[in-house]
Write a protein that binds this ligand. Structure first.
Ligand code: HEM
Length: 435
């Protein structure tokens, strides 16, 4: 009985994180991104747009969408693995409140500039406090897991969590410095470029690799990941992030390319499956979308090397960043979200596999148009490419809206009885096969 109550409370908590992440993704994130891209295209250049608005979009997507999903899934899934003792779910709610307010305040500060000297550091402090509650909950409450060896996939998730913490500490330090002595809430360009490498490769990419190593053998029927190569991938990616933070982007991109290839091989992404994939309510094209994400990862890494040597107007960096954030990260969430989130949020079934297919296809199409036209447009190689960019933005907006609609309609369905929904969730402690 006690267990049922805790399970139901955890499911409600995760649902709140998922809905909040979707809202950040839609309005402050994607809608603003589309608006920005249309303005940039009509002015034929990045310099015409307020850097505060660009950073507001980036912050809403990385912290507001991806960060919110990762914290919510982290609370839920780690409590399922028996590595942390049952915790008071009220702690998860406190971190949700602080996190949501923090991300929202940052967006308001950047967009309106209203009282930004106060809002900026308050937002950073709230985000940090929310994360610290999460961090101490999942790191100090070891119970049955104490003494167990840490598997490599878990090592990747832990590294990602540490990356997230460092990111938030840097964010708080710079926000405070700007509030005291800056002229605007905009992070200086040089610092922002380094910060963004940590915000992408140093945290969500590592989390995805870790959870993929855990889930792919079951979901796609792939051979289990090679532990040594995964560990090598982690070290290489960490070295790339450290090189970028110290300003050596060429060295960083070389590390990131090798890391991406190593992890893709380690996870056997492009190998033939050994068993049929476990689709359970998602579209049969799920494995193909999954593999496309890893193609985007490799494109992003290769473009970062080109950007480090030849970028003049932000076009190659922008293309590399969006190959990673839209093609790899958003593509991954669009593929795997419908597979796991309905099950975790109360043992539900996905509302529509067809909507999932449409969202994933349009996202990939929008990303392809964006990445292929951003470089010629921004870098001045082909003026005609400016005409393609607004279409890419609108296609991505439709994709994102379909994804959100599908999940919202799924969550609006009645939950399975707790005895059934536990079948979906308890499997974290026993291996992923029953998810
Ligand atoms: C869905 C459609 C999207 C559109 C139309 C869009 C548009 C833009 C635009 C116009 C910029 C300015 C720089 C540039 O032109 O490259 C930008 C920057 C950025 N975007 Fe996006 N974006 C989208 C999705 C995403 C997603 C899904 C993420 C992350 C998950 C993301 C993360 C970022 C980041 C981190 C920056 C850099 C912010 C900075 O300079 O600090 N974007 N985006």
């Amino acid at each position: 009985m006690q267990k049922d109550v805790h399970e139901a409370e955890l499911q409600n908590l995760l649902t709140a994180y998922v809905v909040t992440g979707l809202l950040f993704m839609l309005l402050p994130g994607t809608f603003l991104g589309v608006w920005n891209l249309i303005s940039i295209s009509s002015e034929r250049g990045l310099s015409s747009l307020s850097a505060a608005w660009i950073q507001a979009h980036g912050h809403a997507q990385i912290f507001g969408w991806i960060g919110t999903f990762i914290i919510g899934i982290g609370y839920y899934s780690l409590s399922k693995m028996g590595t942390i003792a049952p915790f008071a779910v009220s702690r998860g709610w406190l971190s949700w409140l602080l996190w949501t307010c923090g991300v929202l305040l940052r967006w308001v500060a950047n967009i309106s500039l209203w009282n930004w000297r106060i809002l900026l550091p308050v937002s950073a402090a709230a985000e940090l406090a929310a994360f610290l509650i999460f961090f101490f909950t999942v790191s100090r409450h070891r119970s049955s897991g104490a003494g167990r060896t840490i598997e490599v996939w878990m090592g990747l998730v832990i590294a990602s969590t540490v990356g997230f913490l460092i990111l938030l500490l840097m964010n708080a330090a710079v926000a405070t410095r700007l509030a005291l002595a800056g002229e605007t809430p905009v992070f200086p360009h040089g610092f922002d470029q380094r910060f963004l490498v940590l915000a992408t490769w140093g945290f969500p990419v590592l989390a995805v690799w870790g959870f993929n190593a855990r889930w792919l053998p079951a979901f796609l029927g792939l051979k289990p990941a090679s532990r040594g190569s995964l560990l090598a991938g982690l070290v290489l990616c960490g070295s790339g992030v450290i090189a970028a933070l110290s300003g050596n982007f060429r060295i960083a991109s070389a590390f990131l390319i090798v890391a991406s290839v190593t992890v893709t091989l380690a996870l056997n992404i492009f190998e033939r499956a050994q068993q049929p994939p476990q689709l359970q309510g998602v579209h049969p094209a799920f494995p193909a979308f999954f593999r496309l994400c890893y193609a985007w990862l490799l494109v992003a890494a290769i473009l970062s090397a080109w950007a480090a040597t030849a970028d003049q107007n932000g076009g190659i960096w922008g293309a590399s960043r969006h190959a990673l954030t839209v093609g790899f990260l958003a593509g991954m969430i669009f593929a795997i979200g419908p597979r796991i989130l309905p099950a975790f949020c109360g043992g539900r079934q996905l509302f529509s596999p067809a909507l999932m297919f449409a969202a994933c296809s349009l996202l990939n199409l929008g990303c392809l148009l964006r990445v292929s036209s951003e470089i010629p447009a921004y870098e001045g190689f082909a003026q005609a490419a400016w005409h393609v960019l607004p279409y890419s933005a609108v296609i991505e907006l439709i994709a994102v809206s379909l994804f959100a609609l599908n999940l919202a309609l799924t969550l609006a369905r009645p939950a399975a009885p707790l005895s059934d929904s536990r079948l979906y969730t308890i499997s974290f402690s026993q291996g992923p096969k029953q998810i």
